[in-house]
Write a protein that binds this ligand. Structure first.
Ligand SMILES: Cc1cc2nc3c(=O)[nH]c(=O)nc-3n(C[C@H](O)[C@H](O)[C@H](O)COP(=O)(O)OP(=O)(O)OC[C@H]3O[C@@H](n4cnc5c(N)ncnc54)[C@H](O)[C@@H]3O)c2cc1C
Length: 503
């Protein structure tokens, strides 16, 4: 059985995306079921913004940079889905990711461009997935077909990898898991002729309520589990019967058109997923009862997920450095040695990131993915992911330190429009050579980056989204090849230094 692409229309458009969200999905917010996701105030800003960027894919300005012609169907498809086979492909994919992130200021952890490479990473495992036998389907064939289906329909995916945060005491992070498995972990209830029936919860999936499909798998922590019924990877439509999506409190609120310029556009939402007797058809399963393929991928150093997240981080760093610089100018502190040094520190991280991006391209390598096919992986990015989890907080701290109290004390648009107040605002709340309107808008952008509900959610996201940084550091250390260095150190300390040149 294959997923049909005969009616697929290629790269998503804004209108098609908005309509795709009206499919009966079960989204819950503040105790109420959401009747229409695209127009609900918690989602409308984000949905409109994504629709705007989707439309760029079919614009004269961006069509060539964002899409390619599918050899199979003739559809124009997003570069997010292109399987990289040559250095030129990596460059095209990088440019596409840069556009997505320039357009969204590096604020979207789960833009459609970000999940596509996760499916490509699975595609690259097609041989290993296919090597796990099952009488009902071929997991390797499934991922090939699913990739084609996503590419030709340009689907927006989210992913859910973790168990609910109920009791972590039974979950050692780097050893095989203790055999105590609770029913709350997503698990197979039964097999039927149509597929498997699953129940359980997932914490959490960013952008789930506004996505087309959810890719469900296991993070590095949960791959090492004992009960095979809990080992599964698959993708299903967001509107699958039995799937409940519970949203967190929105961070998109705020006064006026200039307050919360990021939160109002880029609150991508985070959601718990509750599965109650949900059917996963056989053709949508990529892994079942045996996590060997994904465990092998963890230590392989392949990096098909690379560009989108890394370009996003670069955009975010450029934005923070730029806003901090403009603020330092706006209040006349940019020439102070301490302030300039802090701005220089922000620029240093941003520049290092750019060099690291180039480095990943130069260390790209071919990977044999089976069936006579090879794909080009970027160099290993584990160290970069861990670095940003710790460095993002430093960037935010520097922005706060440079901005001073203005980051919380700015007039609203209502204040600015009130003639009784305006004279005071012009006098006491202007900046150095800038009027109060400009200064307040700039500062409110900084507020949204560094201290608003939205800004704080972003900061929490940066720390956790790649998984527990401590677990990642330990896993990186375990795979870090120091054999030559430690051999030389042991050699150095194994014999006394010759007292050459000493009297
Ligand atoms: C804003 C946001 C968006 C996210 N989006 C997604 C998404 O789209 N898809 C997705 O799959 N996931 C997503 N995540 C989840 C993310 O991957 C997890 O937050 C991360 O893996 C940590 O897991 P946890 O939150 O369950 O924390 P926990 O694992 O519960 O950790 C809590 C604390 O306990 C410690 N701890 C836990 N277990 C151990 C142990 N065995 N040994 C030592 N210390 C331990 C941790 O270090 C930490 O200090 C998102 C998270 C956030 C915050």
């Amino acid at each position: 059985m294959t997923l049909d692409v005969s009616t697929a229309q290629g790269a998503m458009t804004g209108a098609r995306y908005i309509e795709s969200l009206r499919d009966g999905r079960e989204v819950w917010l503040d105790g109420k079921r959401v009747a229409d996701v695209p127009t609900h105030p918690a989602f409308a800003g984000m949905v409109q913004e994504l629709a705007r960027i989707y439309d760029l894919q079919d614009s004269d300005a961006f069509r060539e940079e964002m899409t390619f012609r599918s050899p199979e169907t003739g559809n124009r498809c997003s570069y997010s889905w292109l399987l990289p086979r040559a250095a030129a492909d990596l460059k095209r994919k990088r440019r596409n990711s840069e556009i997505w992130n320039e357009q969204s200021w590096g604020q979207l952890g789960r833009s459609p461009d970000i999940l596509a490479p996760h499916i490509i990473a699975l595609y690259a495992l097609r041989a290993a997935l296919g090597a796990v036998p099952h009488p009902r389907c071929d997991f390797g064939e499934n991922i090939v077909n699913y990739h084609r289906y996503c590419q030709e329909n340009d689907l927006f995916l989210t992913h859910a990898l973790g168990d609910p945060q109920v009791d972590r005491s039974q979950q050692p992070q780097n050893e095989p898991r203790n055999p105590i498995e609770e029913e709350l972990a997503l698990h197979v209830v039964e097999e039927t002729s149509d597929g498997i029936i699953i129940s359980g919860g997932k914490q959490l999936a960013t952008a789930a309520p506004i996505s087309n499909e959810t890719y469900v798998s296991l993070s590095a922590t949960f791959l090492r589990r004992s009960d095979p019924n809990c080992i599964l990877a698959f993708a299903i439509p967001t509107a699958s019967p039995g799937l409940k999506i519970l949203c967190r409190e929105p961070v998109s609120g705020g006064y006026g058109g200039f307050g919360h310029p990021l939160g109002r556009r880029y609150d991508e939402q985070d959601a718990m997923l509750f599965f109650e007797q949900v059917l996963v058809p056989w053709e949508r399963l990529f892994m079942l009862y045996d996590s060997t393929p994904l465990l092998r991928q963890l230590g392989s150093g392949t990096n098909f997920q690379g560009w989108p997240n890394l370009c996003r981080i670069h955009e975010r760093m450029k934005l923070m450095t730029g806003v901090a610089t403009l603020i330092a100018e706006a209040i006349g502190v940019i020439e102070y040695r301490e302030v300039a040094a802090k701005l220089g520190e922000m620029a240093t991280y941003t520049e290092m990131w750019r060099h690291a991006l180039d480095g990943l391209e130069h260390t790209a390598f071919m990977v044999d993915v089976g069936a006579g096919e090879s794909l080009l992986s970027l160099g290993d990015l584990n160290g970069m992911n861990i670095f940003f989890a710790q460095m993002s907080a430093r960037m935010v701290q520097l922005l706060r330190e440079i901005a001073g109290s203005g980051i919380i004390m700015q007039p609203s648009e209502g204040d600015l429009a009130n003639p009784e107040l305006r004279a005071y605002l012009d006098k006491y709340m202007r900046g150095k050579d800038v009027d109060v309107e400009y200064k307040s808008r700039l500062y409110r952008l900084a507020h949204d980056l560094a201290i608003s509900d939205f800004g704080m959610r972003q900061e929490v996201y940066e720390y956790w989204h790649g998984g527990d940084p401590n677990r990642n550091r330990i896993n990186l250390l375990r795979a870090y090849d120091q054999a030559e260095t430690t051999r030389r150190i042991k050699d150095l300390i194994s014999r006394p230094l010759a007292n050459e040149g000493q009297g």
